[in-house]
Ligand binder design. Structure first.
Ligand SMILES: [Zn+2]
Length: 234
């Protein structure tokens, strides 16, 4: 008699909705489709979100989207959209309780599964390989930081150390640390594996590598790199 052993159930993909509020990235849908192909832990899709009112503050002549206010107002949106994480892309300058001119934000709080990316002042094209690579990098940085925040209250970003790590703080907004080929350094990777497990970290690695080599028409692979050494200060 052969006992039928059920196959180990594959973990369901975490659902990630991405809303491009200002429609900055015309190729977003294609990017998310590609990101779904290179790993099996996250399912990305484009969603529609309207920016809530009362989430701006004015400081030194500049209007800022206030990240905590924005996330608090949208905290029930992921559930109504049927996603585990909601990433919103804005073209407003952004600040949070601690810092101004930030371009990435996450709550680190399970009850507020909101990630934010501000493209304001980023030396980032809206289309092409650098834009696509940057989207993959920023999605990984946001998700990884958010998920680590569920496990520990210790900070995740480092102001020194490898600049090609998605957790490098990057106050100078160097494009290499945004649109370049990023990899978690050994220290950050160890922490991620300990908190989230190898399979999830493998998925992050797959996402970071998603635009290493792009197939172009004619089937000739094209090596993509960020050649520019431009920097932009906030
Ligand atoms: Zn690191």
């Amino acid at each position: 008699m052969s006992a039928k052993r059920p196959l180990p159930k594959r973990a369901a993909r975490a659902q990630v909705g991405i809303a491009d509020l200002a429609r900055f990235f015309p190729g977003l849908e294609g990017v998310l489709g590609h990101l779904n192909e290179v790993q099996d832990r996250f399912a990305f899709r484009e969603v529609e979100v309207t920016s809530p009112l009362g989430v701006w503050v004015r400081e030194e002549g500049r209007s800022y989207l206030y990240a905590e206010l924005f996330a608090e107002k949208l905290k029930d949106k992921p559930r109504s959209l049927g996603v585990d994480f909601l990433g919103c892309i804005t073209n407003w300058w952004m600040r949070d309780d601690k810092s101004v001119n930030i371009y990435g934000w996450w709550s680190g709080d399970r009850s507020v599964p909101i990630l934010l990316l501000s493209t304001a002042g980023l030396p980032l094209p809206a289309e092409g390989p650098v834009a696509e690579g940057a989207l993959a990098n920023l999605v990984v940085a946001g998700l990884a930081a958010q998920m680590l925040g569920y496990e520990s209250s210790a900070g995740v970003l480092h102001e020194t150390g490898p600049r090609e790590c998605p957790f490098f703080y990057n106050p100078e907004r160097a494009i290499e640390s945004i649109g370049g080929r990023l990899r978690f350094d050994a220290r950050c990777k160890k922490r991620l594996v300990g908190a989230l497990g190898r399979a999830t970290v493998r998925a992050f690695d797959g996402l970071l590598a998603a635009y290493d080599i792009r197939k172009v028409v004619g089937g000739k692979p094209l090596r993509v790199s960020v050649a520019s050494g431009r920097r932009s200060r906030p």
